[in-house]
Design a protein around this ligand. Structure first.
Ligand code: SF4
Ligand code: SF4
Length: 367
């Protein structure tokens, strides 16, 4: 076969690059986008959502250390430890290098000495402890928070995969194993195509993909799509006693998700500067005023520094906080606020858009 000229090689390379780009664009396509909104003013940090997800999806071998849904205390190092410093995502449309989190960064699945404590006949001479010497876990720095007394503060940050509109994980996968579902924009990994290269873990700026060491492939939150298909809300949202996890389609103009995100603009993506266009949104936390040096309340400064909230949610957080504060003032003065009524959620079904069917009606896999 005749050798290709330099120009032919260049043209061929350009053609291949264009084909790869168009394939990635196809994998990103979705007719609709399902989304969640978390109201951080209502999260109790009870971890019910975390356990609901864990017991449903990540009980198999190789998944022991996986927590697709997590709730961490902010400010804090999070899960995996220091994930916010691990890079990934995009800057000005260009993919950014990211770090590969280790199993230890996530926190190992510890073994406990249950047999010895409960059945060993040693009474109070032994107590429950994990094996090894764990130094991190999914909720290790719970309630530590930040700031100095009397202005110390913390709040909880629930996280799942953001089912991004521009998923960095999808972009980074050389096997084209990651795709968005056309009908709802849920980001999934094809277990047939995945070869466990882990570029997705490096690329995701939220570090929300786990590597299954037993099966040698990537796994992540699937937004409970088998439940959605039967009109049932994701387990984390349905089980949440705080009634703070809204589920629905972004384009449903009558639904709370659309109103909170698009109309009132009080629900914002986490670290929007990472450029992946997340579809999980947060109503930022309000807080009481700070104390000044004389110990008097300074009404002009919230306990949670707005600067910190800007770091998490971008500059739009100022307007979101102003809107929430103004609506609260309105109701205190005896007025009505559709926005606050929506966030209060008087009727639980108002949380879940078209996904209000009873989970008891689902077929359950044998335990
Ligand atoms: Fe991918 Fe990470 Fe976005 Fe989830 S959060 S879709 S894993 S880039
Ligand atoms: Fe927060 Fe709800 Fe999860 Fe409890 S179940 S930690 S209230 S999001």
């Amino acid at each position: 076969m005749a050798e290709l000229s330099e120009q032919q090689k260049q043209e061929r390379a350009q053609q291949l690059a264009a084909e790869a780009k168009s394939l990635k664009a196809k994998l990103r396509e979705a007719k609709r986008q399902v989304a969640m909104v978390f109201d951080l003013n209502k999260c109790l940090g009870c971890q019910t959502c975390v356990i609901a997800c864990k017991t449903l999806w990540t009980r198999e071998e190789g998944m022991e250390y996986m927590w697709w849904a997590t709730v961490n205390t902010q400010p804090g190092k999070g899960t995996p430890r220091d994930w916010e410093k691990m890079g990934g995502g995009f800057r000005e449309e260009e993919p950014q290098a990211g770090q590969l989190p280790t199993k230890r960064d996530f926190g190992e699945a510890w073994e406990f000495n249950y047999d010895e404590v409960f059945f060993g006949g040693k009474g109070n001479t032994v107590h429950l402890q994990p094996s090894g010497a764990p130094d991190w876990g999914p909720n290790w720095d719970e309630d530590q928070g930040g700031g100095q007394y009397p202005n110390s503060f913390y709040f909880y940050l629930p996280r799942i995969c953001n089912h991004c509109t521009k998923p960095a994980c999808l972009e980074a996968c050389p096997r084209n194993a990651i795709y968005k579902r056309a009908e709802d924009g849920i980001v999934l990994i094809s277990e047939e195509r995945c070869k466990g290269y882990r570029f997705c873990l490096e690329a995701c700026p939220y570090k929300k993909i786990y590597f299954n060491h037993a099966r040698q492939l990537g796994q992540k939150c699937i937004f409970c799509y088998p439940r959605l298909e039967q009109g049932v809300a994701p387990a984390c949202a349905r089980q949440c006693p705080g009634r703070l996890r809204f589920v629905g389609f972004l384009d449903d103009e009558g639904g709370p998700i659309h109103k909170l995100v698009k109309q009132w603009k009080v629900a914002l993506p986490l670290h929007p500067e990472a450029g992946t266009e997340p579809n999980v949104y947060y109503v930022p936390p309000l807080s009481p005023p700070r104390f000044d040096e004389q110990g008097n309340l300074d009404e002009s400064k919230p306990r949670i520094p707005t600067e910190y909230l800007r770091y998490l949610f971008g500059p739009a957080v100022d307007q979101a906080l102003a809107t929430l504060t103004a609506e609260m003032a309105k109701t205190k003065a005896g007025g009505k606020s559709e926005l606050l009524d929506t966030l209060i959620v008087y009727e639980w079904k108002n949380l879940f858009g078209p996904f209000t069917n009873d989970p008891a009606a689902l077929d359950r896999p044998p335990v």
